[in-house]
Design a protein around this ligand. Structure first.
Ligand SMILES: Nc1ncnc2c1ncn2[C@@H]1O[C@H](COP(=O)(O)OP(=O)(O)OP(=O)(O)O)[C@@H](O)[C@H]1O
Length: 756
């Protein structure tokens, strides 16, 4: 123990102080002989080594802890300089241990895990006080002296190097972070090479592998059609398990619909040989959360299971309101007057209640439209209140007022919206009352109630990895649920896979902005891309990409096709729709005029020459009723035994693929393509307000729907249209591709003849 005595003045003024230092800390005897003694202050408690300075009455020593500052003066003039050196040495030896531990931990984190933004922030929070501690008193001269003192830690670094590292972490540059992440990715690529080679039927591509490994707090994988998104979902789940980053119960896999969830389960079972990771739909997730919090399975209303039953109940209640309430009848008349005013064909006629036909088809259609709005309204309430108190919200006009206020053109729309809400509110209250009276929940409640339980902390999320497929079709309530679950578990990351070019569900509540502005909603995000399609060839890719890219709001992407062909892969056939023989009037137009037969014959001929494996054909249309019915389809399958033909609406075909695709129903006008909205104006305004913000580019969603249809084909797309009344989209294809060799026009005959 070394002692620093008082100076002559110290002793003279009765402030005799003896300061003792050893490798543990520093202690002060304020008055020799008395018991006034400052207990030993450990070196680790000192923010920096004591500072020595020379005053008129002797040496001064000053030091600080987190809570106190100490200063003792009138110490012996001859306090050897070496004492200062000893203090610094003791302090460094005691405090470098913490730096060693910190650097070792950081090193472990950065080599064992992908560096997340939240981890960077944690590291910087931990490094900041150390930097302050060390750099406030160190200078180059001291450093070179102290370097000799500091033992090399397990990192094998000198003191200077350690402190440099601290400083680097404190001001971590974008480049430094990127390099650290790349090191980790490369090391994981090597370690799990065999796994990535074998997890799917084909070895995963480099981008697919990287998408499995990258694990920021939020991750968005933007991928084109047929680029193997599902393979990444499976591969990533398997990689997390294999690398022991996650246990199966910590992974939440979310699929858009039940069929997609089942398909993913099947693939996981086959590829990962574990039944433990299970894909779930948002609704089954909601049910699961509610059941856990309430301790029992919630009772599902028939409304949740049967959309028709729900519509029927609402329409019946709507008719009851008309019969029983004069005020409601007045509202309906006002509604149709408004609709007439905004529709030129009615010349602004006003309507009289006494002459109004409340049993007309128009009124029935209004009832159905209101039924649709019930779900949209409840979805808009998600997160703002529990669904059980929805009725009171409606009564208080809370959400309603907010929705009206939020609408883009509040003043112009407020009258229309107020009227629409006046029509909707009594139905909403009765509908919700019906559910609560039976202690049941519907589809929207599954998400809304679960969200409330997560947000209020009644549900503790076990999931550390949330993976969402088909993210482009996510709705705001579902995105809120994902975000709430992420925030509910400190160590949780979100991985979303989607393609903004394939967003097709705005009408049912999806919001494409959640994908295009993902980082704004979720926070710091790593965005990756899959840009090689395994499905369609270069010509289909060219036509589809040109078509979708017309909308400048779609994210720019270049999708490369693995399959390169020289022949056109999109065939456009101009086939007149009429006049038809009486016997064919009930048939789908393209069956009646023989166009489908022509194409199927051409495919059969082609297949007979080239294919040895079974060949699939999709007949696709915008609406189901534009497709052959089951009997006609069966006949076609019998007629063309080399082909497996099935029908899909454009929406239903999402996520699927066939060798050949035949697109029909491509006419303009009512039930044409793009489909025109036919809803009466006032309710349409309310619908628009409840849905995601409308896109400025005309028919943006219908355009994406056509992109989905075109990209289902592996080998060739046949587009059949009557060019006298063709869809504007078909005209656009003709205009855009009249030169070039991606599309062939009316050349089917040549193929058939060649085949013969
Ligand atoms: N690494 C790969 N190598 C070869 N083929 C692959 C690879 N990854 C996926 N595929 C194949 O590519 C096809 C498309 O894959 P998948 O269905 O996962 O695409 P997707 O991106 O989900 O398509 P969509 O967006 O149209 O639904 C499948 O036949 C799949 O087996």
């Amino acid at each position: 123990m070394k002692a620093i005595a008082s100076s002559f003045f110290g002793r003279l003024f009765g402030a005799a102080t003896v300061i003792k230092v050893n490798n543990v800390g520093i202690s002060i005897d304020l008055d020799r002989g008395s018991d006034q003694r400052l207990n030993i202050i450990q070196w680790t408690a000192l923010i920096e080594p004591p500072r020595f300075s020379l005053g008129f009455l002797g040496q001064i020593i000053a030091f600080k802890t987190a809570d106190n500052e100490y200063c003792f003066s009138m110490l012996a003039y001859n306090t050897p300089r070496q004492q200062q050196g000893d203090c610094e040495r003791f302090w460094v030896e005691a405090n470098i241990e913490r730096v060693n531990k910190l650097l070792t931990t950081i090193n472990k984190i950065t080599t064992h895990r992908y560096l997340r933004q939240s981890t960077i922030e944690q590291i910087q929070r931990a490094v900041k006080p150390e930097c302050k501690r060390w750099f406030s008193w160190l200078n180059a001269k001291k450093l070179s002296r102290l370097n000799r003192l500091s033992q090399l830690s397990e990192l094998g670094l000198s003191l200077t190097e350690k402190l440099q590292l601290l400083s680097t972490y404190q001001q971590w540059s974008e480049q430094g972070i990127a390099e650290c992440r790349e090191r980790y990715i490369n090391q994981q690529l090597q370690t799990y090479k065999t796994f990535f080679d074998q997890v799917e039927s084909n070895p995963l591509t480099l981008n697919q592998r990287r998408a499995c490994i990258i694990d920021n707090d939020n991750n968005l994988l933007l991928a084109g059609a047929g680029t193997g998104k599902t393979s990444v979902m499976v591969g990533r789940a398997g990689y997390l398990l294999n690398s022991s980053q996650a246990q199966s119960h910590e992974i939440l896999l979310l699929a858009y619909g039940r069929q997609a969830a089942e398909e993913m389960d099947e693939r996981i079972k086959n590829k990962l040989s574990t039944p433990k990771v299970k894909a779930s739909t948002f609704h089954s997730l909601g049910l699961n959360i509610i059941a856990q919090v309430e301790g029992k399975q919630p009772k599902l209303s028939i409304f949740a299971q049967n959309e028709q039953a729900k519509i029927q109940w609402i329409v019946t209640y709507f008719e009851k309101l008309i019969t029983e309430q004069a005020t409601y009848r007045a509202l309906i008349v006002e509604y149709f007057s408004l609709a007439h005013q905004s529709n030129p064909i009615y010349n602004g006629d006003t309507l009289e209640q006494s002459e109004f036909d409340f049993k007309s088809n128009q009124v029935k259609a209004l009832g159905k439209k209101l039924a649709n709005l019930v779900g949209l309204y409840k979805a808009a309430c998600a997160g703002s209140n529990s669904a059980n108190s929805l009725a009171s919200t409606v009564n208080n006009n809370g959400i309603t007022a907010q929705i009206i206020a939020n609408s883009t053109d509040a003043t112009q729309n407020s009258k229309v919206l107020a009227l629409s809400f006046a029509l909707l509110n009594p139905i909403l209250i009765a509908y919700q009352h019906q559910l609560t009276a039976h202690d049941e929940i519907d589809f929207e409640d599954m998400i809304n109630n679960a969200l409330t339980y997560v947000q209020t902390g009644q549900f503790q999320s076990p999931w550390r990895y949330i993976m969402v497929d088909e993210f482009q079709d996510i709705s705001a309530p579902r995105a809120r649920l994902v975000k709430a679950l992420r925030d509910n578990n400190q160590d949780c990351s979100v991985f979303a896979v989607g393609d903004d070019w394939q967003a097709i569900y705005r009408f049912s509540g999806a919001d494409i902005n959640l994908t295009t502005n993902f980082a704004d909603y979720f926070g710091a995000t790593t965005q990756s891309v899959l840009d090689v399609t395994f499905r369609f060839n270069n010509h289909i890719g060219q036509v589809a990409t040109d078509f979708i890219s017309k909308n400048p709001a779609q994210i720019k992407k270049t999708i490369h096709s693995l399959k390169q062909v020289n022949e056109p892969a999109v065939s456009l056939l101009n086939r007149s729709h009429g006049p038809l023989q009486a016997s064919k009037k009930m048939m789908v137009a393209e069956m009646a005029n023989g166009a489908i037969d022509e194409v199927l014959t051409a495919i059969s001929v082609k297949v007979a020459k080239e294919e040895t494996k079974p060949v699939t054909v999709y007949l696709l249309a915008r609406f189901w009723f534009l497709l052959p019915d089951n009997t006609a389809l069966k006949t076609l399958n019998n007629q063309y035994p080399a082909l497996t033909i099935s029908c899909q609406s454009f929406h239903a075909s999402k996520g699927k693929e066939a060798d050949y695709v035949i697109v029909i129903g491509l006419k303009k006008g009512a039930y044409g393509f793009p489909a025109e909205k036919t809803a009466p104006v006032p309710l349409e305004t309310l619908t628009e307000v409840l849905l995601a913000p409308k896109e400025t580019f005309a028919h943006a969603e219908e355009r994406r729907l056509f992109y989905v249809a075109l990209t289902r084909a592996k080998d060739k797309v046949y587009i059949i249209a009557d060019m006298n009344a063709a869809s504007p989209f078909v005209n656009e294809l003709v205009d855009e591709h009249s030169t070039g060799n991606s599309i062939e026009f009316n050349e089917l005959e040549r193929i058939v003849i060649d085949g013969n």
